[in-house]
Design a protein around this ligand. Structure first.
Ligand code: NAD
Length: 480
């Protein structure tokens, strides 16, 4: 069993307390690695190292295009190691191997996208009066903290770390205690670069220890947090206590709105994929199906048929669905399914699955729940499993009301041939992203992503995310 180390100031090191956390493979339930249980003292070392690196001539003298080259180098290393990264992500998260490959490819694209952007974020000049030159520059913030969830670890680290480094910040990553493996690999790639010590640091540990110490550290200048709403509020408050900004990427209960005039086969395909990807453990999962009532029976029947054809198995066996992350999440998902059996009707799945040879894994049938009341926990809260809840509407107004009826607002799918209706709904829906006749097309790297309402604050991905990692300085020069 491999034992990993923290990465602080260019050195691999054990945590000060010498304690470790076991890492389990969700497909089998077996422990296959261990990571240090980093605490306040380790976080302090990492943040101090990042702060010193930020102020050093060694880092300041790296030109923007050279920062871009460093990010391109990481992309190349990831590409050469693509198979190993995908295998690690699949083992660690339990996700089907082909989905892990898609994650690795997206992560590579983040490093390329932000590598290319490193020397292209420009300032302004502002016309004020003769004899006054006014200009605006965008400067890096300093030390940026990156707190990562367990469901898409490599992609989520890559998207914010690449943008922060592109803009000249130094970073401290706190990976997810359940799924740190690809973060470790990425750290090894940073270690191989000719990078000033302290520019990239990686802490592992529990959220309430290492994560809390990082988000409240007085030398942090920005926190990017991806995770649950409750933790996001805690992290945002900790950042605010130091008067530093935070970008919060939180949860979702995203709807797919299906009208009777949709292309039925493509819509079934899109709706099913949106909920089963990563076994439903996706912030942007299409967890609610809102379907026009006159079309419900025909459409739902096709969705049920599709669900019944889906296969479940170990991540490395690359079935349609892998396991749930761990026993706690598994019990949470099964508990909500049991609640559904009492207050609504389960029309597909609804049971745990035993996978031969992987009896210790946490598998659940893809499940459809019909007849859920709009105010029920099943309709309002993230289940974070392969569970689709179904609602009907009679017209656009009711569809809109249902779509906007949760505290979340991350992603919405609209399926119709009526383009006028689609644009109207897109303009009225509280959602950071709206997909019309697709769900997640484009892979997301260039598109701003983030939430309305309790799904978060700020945007990641795309060009706009670069501005998270800069602050604006205005300089006014009086001349004769
Ligand atoms: P989580 O909130 O439990 O943990 C996220 C990270 O925060 C982990 O690294 C954890 O160690 C750390 N953490 C926990 N307590 C902390 C504290 N007190 N202070 C600082 N850090 C702390 O979330 P999770 O269970 O890992 O992830 C699932 C959640 O993440 C879901 O709600 C999902 O919707 C959301 N998510 C959102 C996005 C997005 O981009 N919007 C992407 C993926 C996941």
């Amino acid at each position: 069993m491999e034992r990993f180390k923290l990465y602080i100031n260019g050195n691999w090191t054990n945590s000060k307390n010498g304690e470790h956390i076991d890492v389990k493979n969700p497909s089998s339930g077996n422990v296959f690695a261990s990571i240090p249980r980093g605490t306040q003292e380790d976080v302090d070392d990492a943040v101090n190292a990042a702060s010193d690196a930020f102020l050093s001539d060694a880092w300041r003298s790296v030109k923007p295009h050279e920062r871009g080259d460093l990010l391109f180098d990481i992309a190349e290393k990831m590409k050469s190691d693509r198979d190993e990264l995908a295998k690690l992500e699949s083992m660690d998260v339990g996700k089907p191997l082909s989905q892990a490959y898609a994650d690795v490819d997206a992560a590579i694209r983040y490093f390329r996208f932000y590598g290319g952007a490193a020397d292209k974020v420009m300032g302004d000049t502002i016309p004020i009066e003769d004899g006054l030159l006014d200009y605006v520059v965008r400067e890096p913030l300093g030390v940026t903290a990156h707190i990562v969830p367990w469901n898409y670890p490599l992609q989520i680290i890559s998207r914010s770390v690449a943008a922060a480094i592109a803009m000249g910040n130094t970073v401290v990553v706190k990976s997810a205690e359940d799924t740190p493996m690809t973060a470790m690999r990425l750290t090894a790639f940073f270690d191989e670069l000719d990078l000033p010590a302290g520019v990239f640091n990686h802490i592992t540990g529990f959220g309430y220890e290492a994560g809390a110490a990082l988000s409240s550290h007085p030398l942090i200048n920005h926190v990017t947090f991806t995770g649950s709403v409750g933790t996001g509020i805690t992290v945002g408050q900790a950042a605010m206590a130091n008067v530093v900004p935070s970008t919060l990427e939180l949860g979702g209960k995203s709807p797919n709105i299906v009208f009777a005039d949709c292309d039925i086969d493509k819509t079934v395909e899109g709706v099913v994929r949106a909920i089963i990807q990563n076994a439903g453990q996706t912030c942007s999962a299409g967890a609610r199906l809102l379907v026009e009532d006159s079309f419900k029976n025909e459409f739902l029947q096709k969705v049920v048929e599709k669900f019944e054809s889906l296969t479940v198995g170990a991540g490395m066996d690359d079935k349609h669905l892998g396991p749930i992350l761990n026993e706690k999440q598994y019990n949470h998902v099964l508990g909500l399914i049991e609640q559904a059996k009492k207050e609504a009707s389960v029309v597909a799945g609804g049971n745990p699955v035993t996978v031969e040879g992987y009896e210790g894994g946490f598998y659940v049938q893809p499940t459809i729940i019909d007849g859920v009341s709009k105010d029920s926990k099943l309709a309002q809260e993230e289940i974070f499993g392969p569970v689709l809840t179904v609602f009907t509407f009679k017209d656009e107004a009711e569809a809109l009301d249902l779509a906007n009826s949760t505290d979340y607002g991350l992603v919405t799918g609209i399926w119709t041939q009526d383009i006028s209706r689609a644009h109207y709904l897109a303009s009225r829906i509280d959602s950071g992203q709206v997909f019309i006749n697709n769900y997640g097309a484009g892979g997301g790297v260039q598109m701003p992503f983030g939430g309305y309402k309790k799904s978060g604050i700020g945007r990641e991905k795309g060009w706009i995310a670069l501005y998270n990692y800069t602050q604006v300085k205005n300089v006014a020069v009086k001349y004769n």
